[in-house]
Each structure stands twice: as C-alpha cells, then as structure tokens.
Design a protein around this ligand. Structure first.
Ligand code: MN
Length: 231
C-alpha cells in the first residue's frame, strides 16, 4: 500500500438517489455552446460547434448545500445542465457504443464567473478562473440508467427564488449524449468516475448572496443550492 508524505485528499464524490453509496468522481468535463438559444444570448457565432472545458473534481457541492459567493467577480451566473456519469471509458468510443459507458444521470449547475470568463476570452487566455473555482459544480443525486434509461428529451429548468429563469428541453442539445462521449473520447481517454456537464439552455442570469436555486431535469432529478455570503 502506498504511503504518502501528507494525508491524501478526500475522494470527490456525488450522491446517489435513494442510496447511502456515493459515485466517486475522477474528472469533471463540461460542454460549452450545446444549446442554440444560449449561444444566441451570449452573442456568439451560431455555426461554431460545441467544445469542452473542465472543472476540478473537488468543486462539487451536494444537493441542499451552500455555495459561498466566489471572490473576484461581480457577475456570478447559473447554468443548469444534465450530468452524465460514466462507469467505463476508453479512447475513440463509437457513438453506437457510447451509452454502454454511462452509469447514470443527474442535474448540475455550471456556476460561472461571467465577467472573468469573458475577460479571459477577450485576451485569449485560458478561462479556468471564470469556470473552475471552488464550489463551481453543484451536482444533485445521480440516478442509474438501469432505472431511468437514457433521457434524450424532457424539460430542463432552473428557478431563482421561485422564478423560472431557464426553461429548455434536452432535445435542444446540439450534440446529444452519445455524440458528446464520442467527441470527448477523441481528445482524452475517458474512464469510470468521469462526469460530464452537457451544456445549458438559454436564460442564464446573475446571482447574489441569498439566492436559492432550484433545478430540475424531467425524468432525471433535481438539485437545489443557496448562494451564501461572499467567500
Ligand atoms: Mn455550461
């Protein structure tokens, strides 16, 4: 057994609905620009394809948790997304085989320091500081595909303090789940424990301390978090 010079950090994990067992998280991948109406609201070129970025696994916040309002931003945005959790992986996974790699699904929020993301983009720097900060990946309990199947349509929505802000449908995704796994596995080797946030529909908006977010994907589940005081 390996001995470490400092205690190893805790294993990142997501809850599983109706179970005391957890899903261990290896990597968090995210799809950008996967819903046309969100591309339009961001003023971006509609013809450019989706792409990928990452968040650290320890950015996960569980359902019911509080996310401290992060530092250095005045424009924290919500992006509700369906989450795909993998039980296997590989390289160059064929679309037809991709769903065999899926353990289950959940609902997540790609929290974004929009002002920092856009500032990084404008000077052609990496945008981790806008996307990959502490607490930036709330994720609700996962449900296994063996129970709910592989959802390809259904309402995806987010409320802030009870007011609907985002309201779309999984069927609006530009790349569907098999296509996301196929494309991503061309770039990196996927593995069990990887989770993928699949992009957000239109309606993103700014958050403030005290805001309560309630998200739901029809047939998949829910996640709720509160934005806390400034970190
Ligand atoms: Mn996103």
């Amino acid at each position: 057994m390996t001995e470490y010079v400092i205690p190893p950090p805790p294993q990142a994990a997501v809850k599983v609905a109706g179970s005391s067992k957890m899903f261990p998280v290896r990597r968090i991948w995210c799809v950008g620009r996967n819903y046309l109406e969100h591309i339009k609201e961001m003023g971006q070129d509609e013809r450019e394809p989706p792409f990928f970025f990452a968040k650290p696994a320890d950015a996960i916040v569980h359902d019911g948790g509080t996310v401290p309002y992060p530092p250095l931003t005045n424009d924290l945005h919500h992006e509700v997304e369906m989450v795909v959790a993998l039980n296997s992986g590989g390289r160059n996974i064929a679309k037809e085989k991709a769903l065999d790699c899926v353990w289950g699904y959940g609902v997540g929020i790609d929290l974004t320091r929009r002002d920092l993301q856009i500032a990084s983009r404008n000077i052609k720097r990496p945008w981790e500081i806008g996307k990959a900060f502490d607490g930036s990946a709330p994720c609700g309990p996962l449900k296994p595909a063996s129970e709910i199947g592989h959802p390809s349509k259904g309402r995806i929505s987010l409320k802030v303090n009870g007011e609907v802000k985002q309201d779309g449908d999984l069927a609006q995704m530009i790349w569907n789940v098999p296509e996301i796994i196929w494309k991503l596995s061309e770039m990196v080797e996927l593995a069990a424990g990887d989770i993928i946030m699949t992009g957000t529909p239109a309606g993103v908006s700014a958050l403030a301390p005290g805001h309560k977010l309630d998200c739901e994907v029809e047939g998949v589940g829910k996640v709720s978090v509160t934005i806390g005081p400034k970190a």
